[in-house]
Design a protein around this ligand. Sequence first.
Ligand SMILES: Nc1ncnc2c1ncn2[C@@H]1O[C@H](COP(=O)(O)OP(=O)(O)OP(=O)(O)O)[C@@H](O)[C@H]1O
Length: 227
Amino acid sequence: MPILEAKGVRKVYRGDGVETEALRGVDLKVEAGEFTALVGPSGSGKSTLLHLLAGLDVPTEGEVFLDGVRVDRLSRAARARLRLEKVGLVFQAYNLLPVLTALENAAFVLEARGVERRVREAKALEALAALGLKDKAHRYPRQLSGGEQQRVAVARALAAEPLIVLADEPTANLDSRTGLALVERMKALNEERGVTFLFSTHDPRLLAHVRRVVRLEDGRVVGEERA
Ligand SMILES: Nc1ncnc2c1ncn2[C@@H]1O[C@H](COP(=O)(O)OP(=O)(O)OP(=O)(O)O)[C@@H](O)[C@H]1O
């Protein structure tokens, strides 16, 4: 059974009298343990597909499954619960909470899951350290640069040790050293803990490690390569 699946997915955005068909019938299966990249030109539907697979939004038509559960039929609250248990998100739009420190942000998902303070802080600190942010753990987001804030968001996704990580351009805005550290951390989680990764990227450092590349164009899957 695939861990992520989109079947005949269409997504139409409606607003201001304009309709945009962002996805035009996408079929995609991702098996547990994959380290897969979504590529394609700007506007091809990569972010939309990641949002639907994460259950952040629902398709206009078609079906979406996450670890065997049909997510597009669930309520918003049930989708949020499923995400909390199983999915780490690295999306620009789901950023840090300004009133929490980097450490508290990185520990946030674990806290929501009811993990005790000592354990969640140790895990959050380890994730921050792996991304070169140990000495900034007690700063608030406004005291961090944009790239540092993004690394905290990545630490939050990884600290929770989810089954699946969905990420939209995770290495964008990172300097080359940090970008590489992130790629290595993702790869290690994939190989050592079997975490499934699906991410959009243009980054050659990240593409060098993927075993499968799915290409989207104009809302459709137009090709696939396996290394
Ligand atoms: N909330 C929205 N409302 C209306 N149209 C949207 C919305 N989000 C995305 N779109 C449109 O849907 C299409 C697909 O957008 P999407 O963000 O999924 O592409 P993308 O491949 O991730 O692009 P990029 O690489 O630039 O991030 C585009 O035409 C975009 O303008």
